[in-house]
Design a protein around this ligand. Structure first.
Ligand code: ATP
Length: 312
């Protein structure tokens, strides 16, 4: 973890950059959930969730379909209220539309005939922002150019987004999320339908950002493999409960068996870690094969539990 004193590529102000392992332990949290729960009617998505995310931390959120990953992001964005518990984002109640939070929503296909260029899409992340009209155009243009450069999208800045590949579109979406120089970056399955090469470039981009600007990252993904080497902690949601901790503690047979309340095997196959036996596996095999060669470690003990039955 070789982070040093640095300035965000397009940051108006320098930020302290510390190794995630150190800074994440001492700096004030940017996200703080206490005894948090979210239910829809009788259905408990998760409860008893205590979670603090610190500047520069990379948190991966995993779990089967419907376990409440996107809902968690919606809570952090102030779009969904907790059923119980408290949430503080950057020291106060979540603020809808805050420029301190960058959001990469789940990928939706862009209209085929849109004439919106990459730079227009990024610019949308700025509009309505804090600059006065006289300075807005020049400052905005500069910000957009910088954000496009950071994600390596300068070459196609003026190309209609409908003509870009999935990976290129995803870079532009990340540029849009970064254009306000946020302190928190929320990503909802940004790796969806990307090939391994583009997955790698997107994850490296996000990792670079948190290292250079101390931006906290909450990264929802079904595929842990591309981020396993970079995440500090994993929050694994399933059946109303959760496990949280470093990947080597959460991604183990013991930990996931406890979470699911049934035998789950986390096995290493040719350097990949694959989850076998999770109840949400589809007919095609594991719903979320987790790869990355992590050793089987002790189960992390945390609140939550199988099917909302309380702490394991
Ligand atoms: N506003 C709502 N009212 C009622 N139920 C909802 C609402 N929003 C989401 N849900 C339900 O809550 C569950 C969790 O949804 P969410 O989108 O958070 O899951 P997810 O873990 O992100 O799933 P996926 O991996 O499929 O994206 C789903 O069953 C969904 O249908």
């Amino acid at each position: 973890m070789d982070r040093s004193e640095t300035t965000a590529p397009h940051s108006p102000h320098p930020r302290r950059a510390t190794p995630p392992g150190e800074g994440a332990g001492t700096a004030a949290p940017v996200i703080s959930l206490r005894g948090a729960a979210l239910s829809y009617g009788d259905r408990v998505l998760w409860r008893d969730l205590d979670l603090e995310v610190r500047p520069g931390e990379f948190l991966a959120v995993l779990g089967p379909n419907g376990s409440g990953k996107t809902s968690l992001l919606r809570v952090l964005l102030g779009r969904q209220r907790l059923t119980a518990g408290t949430l503080s984002v950057l020291g106060h109640a979540p603020d809808r539309g805050s420029s301190d939070i960058g959001y990469v929503p789940q990928q939706k296909p862009l209209p085929v005939h849109t004439v919106l260029r990459a730079r227009d899409l990024v610019r949308l992340g700025l509009d309505g922002h804090r600059w006065g009209p006289s300075r807005a155009r020049a400052a905005g243009r500069r910000r957009v150019d910088e954000a496009l450069a950071v994600v390596g999208a300068t070459a196609y800045a003026d190309v209609p987004v409908s003509r870009l590949s999935g990976g290129e579109q995803q870079r532009v979406r990340i540029a849009q999320a970064l254009v306000t120089d946020p302190r928190i970056l929320l990503c909802d399955e940004p790796l969806l339908s990307l090939d391994p090469h583009h997955q790698r470039s997107v994850t490296e981009l996000v990792d670079r950002r948190r290292r250079s600007a101390d931006t906290a990252v909450v990264f929802v993904t079904h595929e842990i493999n591309p981020v396993l080497g970079m995440v500090d902690r994993v929050l694994y949601l399933a059946g109303g409960g959760f496990r949280i901790g470093p990947p080597e503690e959460v991604m183990t047979s013991a930990s996931l068996s406890r979470l699911y309340g049934t035998r789950v095997d986390v096995v290493r196959v040719r350097g990949r870690v694959v989850v076998v036996g999770a109840p949400d596996e589809g007919a095609d095999g594991p719903a979320h094969p987790h790869s990355g060669g992590q050793p089987d470690g002790p189960a992390a003990e945390h609140p939550g539990g199988p099917h909302g039955d309380g702490p394991p």
